[in-house]
Design a protein around this ligand. Structure first.
Ligand SMILES: Nc1ncnc2c1ncn2[C@@H]1O[C@H](COP(=O)(O)OP(=O)(O)OP(=O)(O)O)[C@@H](O)[C@H]1O
Ligand SMILES: [Mg+2]
Length: 430
């Protein structure tokens, strides 16, 4: 029989240790436990431990430090962190430092066994060591992305994994879901964070200006080009360029962007001389980009180049559990910015916020809280202080309408016809 695999449980809470030991008990597992970070290191130094599941809060140092020390001394040992409220910075940093997972304690009851089984299964592949790289930034100077939902925690984990690479990232999601915030986090948690992060809205600038804005121009390249100007690709060398509303980028500019993504080279407008630049691209869109490709509005080759890593931000209505944290965050922010006296959110007001559809997502919530603070007459926000913005469209209803229209087209298509091509043709004829 193969050696049993060894799990070390580390937590200050003895009841939890007792529970987890019973919950995980199996013939092929050896379960050790301790309530002290220093002791945990000693156990790992003297015994082969395959997986450590540790609390974030420990004595005499915390779970993050334990993770970092274990990664250095025992790189083949997997580490899973658990905490009541892991912060964004903790999730991203723990992932960057090579933690196998970081879980909310409340979800452990359902997930612990699955997570452990998954971790042990992939143990052999993961034995290749990661070198620990503690972040140089104090966590509180960086982007604050609030969210405790599973969906957002998964986004943080991907940010943690990709930030260290130079892979292009495509951030998708409805308007106001936090795409720019996440793009910023990818930069701030990357080795490029010492250099520039620049955002440009590709849909808001006319085609000829966008090309010169991105790639620069030579003196006299066009009427009004009185001086040579460096474009964002040159200004951002070593940094990150955020291309917002990439779905609206004109085709001519798409061609030039594809070239830079392929080999980092481009020409300024009005010049044939090749320039080189080392820029990481993060793009964002609230359009369905693969649909734009099939409609012929967006280059397929560019789509694949940009979409190396996709980060999808779900709409707020599908992660209502984030609303209390976000509402509290925006409330404190508004109070601080405007020097208001302390204000609290009543339970009824919170219920009211959680039952809204939020077509404008987090941005709408931010504005709603700011408006409620201005209207509040007491030191507690009541449902009557909350006024939602008039809704112009319901994204889900729109999705349903589109689906219905597509179904009708599908039924109308002649048999044996390539459906996608046929629909594209029909749309062109509109
Ligand atoms: N998870 C979050 N935590 C804290 N603030 C957030 C979060 N998500 C969004 N916000 C805030 O909501 C506002 C909108 O976010 P952002 O501009 O990143 O959205 P977007 O997806 O880029 O929107 P659009 O598609 O309209 O450009 C910003 O003020 C941002 O700081
Ligand atoms: Mg945006």
């Amino acid at each position: 029989m193969a050696d049993p695999q060894t799990i070390l449980l580390v937590a200050p809470d003895l009841d939890y240790l007792e529970w987890a030991t019973k919950h995980l008990a199996a013939d092929d597992l050896r379960i050790l436990r301790c309530d002290h970070a220093e002791k945990a290191i000693k156990v790992c130094d003297t015994t082969r431990v395959d997986l450590v599941i540790t609390d974030l809060i420990l004595q005499p140092f915390d779970g993050m430090t334990l993770l970092s020390r274990l990664r250095a001394a025992h790189p083949a040992t997997l580490v899973i962190l658990t905490g009541a409220f892991p912060t964004t910075a903790q999730v991203i940093e723990a992932t960057q430092m090579g933690a196998e997972d970081i879980l909310k304690k409340e979800s452990l009851t359902f997930e612990l066994r699955n997570v452990v089984e998954g971790a042990l299964q992939t143990l052999e592949e993961r034995r290749t060591a990661h070198s620990p790289e503690k972040s140089k930034h104090p966590a509180d100077t960086r982007v604050k992305i609030i969210g405790n939902s599973r969906a957002l925690q998964d986004v943080f984990k991907i940010v943690g994994r990709v930030a260290r690479t130079d892979a292009p990232v495509l951030v998708s999601g409805e308007s106001g879901t936090g795409k720019e915030l996440v793009a910023n986090a990818v930069h701030e948690y990357s080795p490029r964070s010492k250099n520039t992060f620049v955002a440009i809205n590709c849909g808001a600038i006319p085609e000829n200006l966008l090309e010169s804005e991105l790639f620069g121009h030579e003196k006299g390249a066009f009427t009004g080009a009185i001086n040579r100007r460096l474009g964002l690709f040159e200004q951002c060398d070593g940094g990150t360029l955020f291309l917002d509303e990439i779905g609206d980028m004109p085709t001519a500019v798409q061609v030039k962007l594809l070239r830079v993504l392929q080999d980092g080279s481009f020409t300024r407008v009005g010049s044939t001389e090749m320039q080189k630049s080392d820029v990481r691209i993060v793009a964002a869109t609230n359009k369905n980009l693969s649909q734009e490709v099939s409609l012929g509005h967006f280059r397929e080759d560019l789509f694949y180049r940009l979409n190396v890593v996709e980060l999808h931000l779900p709409p707020l209505r599908s992660r209502v559990e984030d609303i209390p944290l976000l509402a509290e965050h925006f409330l404190q922010l508004t109070i601080k910015r405007n020097g208001l006296p302390p204000l609290k959110l009543s339970t009824e007001a919170l219920d009211h916020l959680q039952s809204h559809r939020w077509p404008g997502n987090v941005r709408e919530l931010e504005n709603t809280i700011a408006r409620a603070c201005a209207l509040a007459s007491k030191d507690v926000l009541l449902p009557s202080d909350i006024q939602f913005t008039r809704t112009f469209k319901d994204p889900e209803a729109e999705d349903k309408q589109t689906l219905k229209a597509l179904q009708q087209l599908q039924q109308a298509a002649p048999e044996g016809q390539d459906l996608q091509l046929w629909i594209t043709e029909k749309i062109k004829q509109l």
